[in-house]
Write a protein that binds this ligand. Structure first.
Ligand code: FMN
Length: 316
């Protein structure tokens, strides 16, 4: 998730467990072959066999509308050690769509075919090329054409965010509309959108007829959601993570920001994460209120210490 889930977040979230695969933020491809440093910046895991520190594979995501450059850049990513390459045909951002990238391409299934075909032929067969789409741009009338094109082009998996670009992020996600695509594709279809808890997961699987799902905001709000889903699927009892455990992760993210962000941006990453966590944890809302107007590392660190102390007193 662009601007939210970078390598540090991937490391924190995959350490909890339950996640089979991560996708990077998108690498924007126009007409140029990008230098290696761009791929390394968005996917530092390339240095570690394209895996997070806990061993979860990370695919690099490319976003672009020109088959040639998408193929060339996919080849470069593979040569740098990418173990999978995903393609973003779902981004709804106007600035991206205006420049022929993201969801606007869903109106041109033939172009999607050309892009995936170009990437598939440029990359060794051992490296999966996958695609992420929405149901369509204005509506889902082209969904079967899109899915067939991506299948014909040789993609190895397809993730479908169960909304159109026009739906934006407005609930609900239309999981049931994925059910009809399975006859038109030979590779796994992964359902995505509005999975916030294990019940959503089960309902999404039932309605979409997909075995696998991609989690977005749900995992940020409830960092052990993938582990919980997996445990329950294996018939194991699951005890949800307490706020005290999540707070350790928030602390770790803050320490990373202190080490790596410009001083004025040091609070940004944890404020952003607390914005998701407060959906599940009332304590995250309290902490967010405490720090939302603080900007310096010292002030935020003091507020975190105060919050931690208060939580420990309450727990004692
Ligand atoms: C802030 C933000 C950034 C996102 N960035 C990306 C991205 O870089 N690539 C991508 O494929 N999807 C991106 N998405 C879309 C999510 O991957 C996902 O499809 C969408 O949020 C719906 O799933 P969810 O309801 O589980 O969050 C982004 C979504 C948000 C909210």
């Amino acid at each position: 998730m662009e601007g939210v889930v970078n390598a540090r977040m991937r490391a924190l979230l995959t350490a909890i467990g339950g996640i089979d695969r991560c996708i990077t933020e998108f690498v924007r491809i126009t007409d140029q072959l990008l230098p290696a440093r761009v791929f390394h910046r968005l996917c530092p895991e390339l240095e570690q066999g394209s895996r997070t520190p806990s061993g979860t594979p990370v695919y690099i995501q490319l976003l672009g509308g020109e088959p040639g450059p998408m193929g060339e850049n996919a080849a470069r990513a593979a040569s740098l050690g990418a173990i999978g390459i995903d393609t973003n045909f779902g981004c709804p951002a106007k600035c991206v769509n205006r420049h022929r990238g993201g969801s606007v391409l869903l109106d041109e299934p033939e172009l999607l075919y050309q892009i995936i075909k170009s990437m598939r032929s440029a990359v060794p067969q051992s490296v999966p090329v996958t695609a992420k789409i929405r149901l369509g741009f204005n509506d889902d009338s082209k969904l079967i054409d899109i899915v067939s094109a991506i299948n014909e082009a040789g993609a190895n998996a397809l993730t479908i965010h169960a909304r159109t670009k026009m739906d934006g992020y407005k609930p609900p996600a239309h999981w049931h509309r994925l059910a009809k695509v399975h006859n038109f594709i030979d590779v796994p279809v992964i359902a995505n959108g509005e999975i916030w808890n294990p019940t959503d997961f089960q309902e999404c699987r039932r309605a979409s007829l997909c075995s696998d799902v991609m989690l977005g905001r749900g995992l940020l709000a409830r960092p052990d959601l993938a582990l919980e889903i997996k445990s329950l699927a294996q018939g194991k009892e699951y005890q949800r993570q307490q706020w005290s455990n999540i707070l350790v992760l928030v602390d770790a993210l803050f320490s990373d920001s202190v080490a790596n962000c410009a001083p004025r941006h040091v609070g940004g990453p944890i404020k952003q994460w607390l914005g998701y966590l407060r959906r599940e944890y009332p304590q995250a809302q309290q902490l967010f209120e405490q720090i939302k107007r603080l900007n310096t590392a010292a002030d935020i660190s003091a507020a975190l210490g105060e919050h931690r102390g208060y939580q420990e007193t309450v727990a004692a």
